[in-house]
Ligand binder design. Structure first.
Ligand code: ADP
Ligand code: MG
Length: 152
């Protein structure tokens, strides 16, 4: 069974704040995957994450471009692979995953086979009102360590 850890947030701000703390601890080639229904908060999470990386400017959903790149203390590659079907191999995701920056992937399960083994999997669930559950599944020792730093 996969190990999972849960955090509940009560506002978009709180989710952003949590993501920001994560971003302050990531390094180049880290991959964060985001799952959750439409409106669960994946893009909101990414906005907070971008802040924590030092990105200035607006981060919104890259649905039509698949990948958007932002400049922070290292590059942020923000992907939304919702519309991807079989063409994903052609897009060369490896260049991002193993590149100079950190990658955040919305709807990552759609490119499951292309994901690196070591990654931080995050699921967002809508509870009531503005409450969201952030469920964290670390894959690999590095992300297990990161998870400990964030939740202790
Ligand atoms: P997704 O990318 O998963 O489709 P978005 O981040 O675009 O979702 O939308 C989430 C919406 O829910 C935003 O309008 C955000 O302000 C709102 N929201 C309310 N409460 C929260 C919360 N606790 N965490 C994240 N978003 C929240
Ligand atoms: Mg989104």
């Amino acid at each position: 069974m996969k190990r999972e850890y849960k955090v509940t947030t009560r506002s978009a701000e709180e989710t952003k704040q949590w993501a920001r703390r994560l971003a302050e601890r990531v390094q180049a080639r880290d991959v964060i995957t985001l799952e959750g229904d439409l409106g669960a908060g994946k893009t909101t999470f990414t906005q907070g994450f971008a802040k924590g990386l030092g990105v200035s400017g607006v981060v919104n959903s890259p649905t039509f471009t698949i990948v958007k790149e932002y400049a922070g203390r290292m590059p942020l590659y923000h992907m939304d692979v919702y519309r991807i079907e079989d063409e994903f191999e052609e897009l060369g995701f490896e260049e991002y995953f193993y590149g100079e920056g950190v990658t955040v992937v919305e709807w990552a399960s759609r490119i499951q086979a292309a994901l690196p083994e070591q990654r931080l999997e995050i699921e967002l669930k809508r509870l009531t009102g503005d409450e969201r559950e952030i469920i964290i599944y670390p894959h690999g020792e590095r992300f297990e360590q990161l998870r400990k730093e964030l939740l202790e």
